[in-house]
Structures are given as C-alpha cells and as structure tokens.
Design a protein around this ligand. Structure first.
Ligand SMILES: N=c1c2ncn([C@@H]3O[C@H](COP(=O)(O)OP(=O)(O)OP(=O)(O)O)[C@@H](O)[C@H]3O)c2ncn1[C@@H]1O[C@H](COP(=O)(O)O)[C@@H](O)[C@H]1O
Length: 108
C-alpha cells in the first residue's frame, strides 16, 4: 500500500497555493477563482465517469487521482479542510451504526 496520504496532497496544495501562478498549476488554478476550480473538478469527474463506464481500469485510476487533486483545489479555494470532510464522514458512520457493526465481534 502506498504511504502517500490525502493529508500529504492537502499539504502540497496548501504549499503550492503560495507559489507564483507562473510556476505552479495549483496557484494558477486558484488565481482563476473558485468557479474555475469547481468547473475543472467537474471536468475531471466526467472523465472519471467515462473511464468507469468503459471499464478502463488504468484510466479510472488516473482520472480518480485528477478528481482528488482538483477537489482539494476546490476545498482550498473555499476554505474547506480535509479534517472537516473526514469529521462529516465519521459523523455519518456513527449515526448509521456502521462503526459499531464493524467493530462488533461475530457471534456465529
Ligand atoms: N496531483 C496533481 C495534479 N493532478 C493533475 N494535475 C494537473 O491538472 C491538469 C489537468 O489537465 P487538463 O489537461 O485537464 O488541463 P490543462 O489543459 O493542463 O489545464 P487547464 O488550463 O484546463 O486547467 C494538468 O495540467 C495536470 O498537471 C495536477 N497538478 C498538480 N498536482 C500535485 O500538485 C503538486 C504541485 O504542482 P504545481 O502546483 O504545478 O507545482 C504536484 O507535484 C502534484 O503533487
């Protein structure tokens, strides 16, 4: 399993956001504003949908990486952190009882 985490990507996006736009795709995207970043994210999501529909395994891996990167750029543009999103996922998991079910020992 790769040791690279979404938190690593978040840190890279935060660091590159401070770079001159001429030197960084991340900074150049952010300089164009949140709507541009969101549109770019949508384009990458559509490319991922196409790869999934076509059963293109390698394509879906590559497009998924694009989707995650561009989603993080959107978060950066709108002041959302990975922590906030993870907390929301954790809240849903505990609400639906999935965390409890997953950790409960099997009885049969
Ligand atoms: N993970 C990514 C990443 N994924 C995708 N992309 C860029 O996203 C763009 C998407 O490609 P497209 O062909 O759809 O778009 P484009 O025509 O190049 O660009 P647009 O003008 O349409 O926005 C490509 O230019 C990719 O390089 C990324 N750019 C940067 N990163 C990460 O961010 C780091 C910093 O990059 P810079 O900000 O460029 O220094 C890199 O080291 C990576 O870790």
């Amino acid at each position: 399993m790769s040791s690279f985490q979404l938190s690593d990507l978040e840190a890279i996006v935060a660091r590159r956001a401070e770079a001159p736009p001429a030197e960084s795709y991340t900074a150049a995207s952010l300089a164009k504003g949140p709507s541009h970043c969101a549109r770019k994210f949508g384009e990458e999501a559509i490319e991922a949908i196409i790869a999934a529909t076509e059963g293109d395994h390698g394509g879906l891996v590559a497009e998924s990486a694009d989707v995650l990167f561009h989603l993080m750029v959107v978060w950066k543009a709108r002041g959302i952190t990975l922590d906030e999103v993870m907390a929301e996922l954790a809240r849903r998991t505990s609400q639906s009882g999935h965390a409890e079910k997953a950790s409960r020992p099997k009885t049969s």
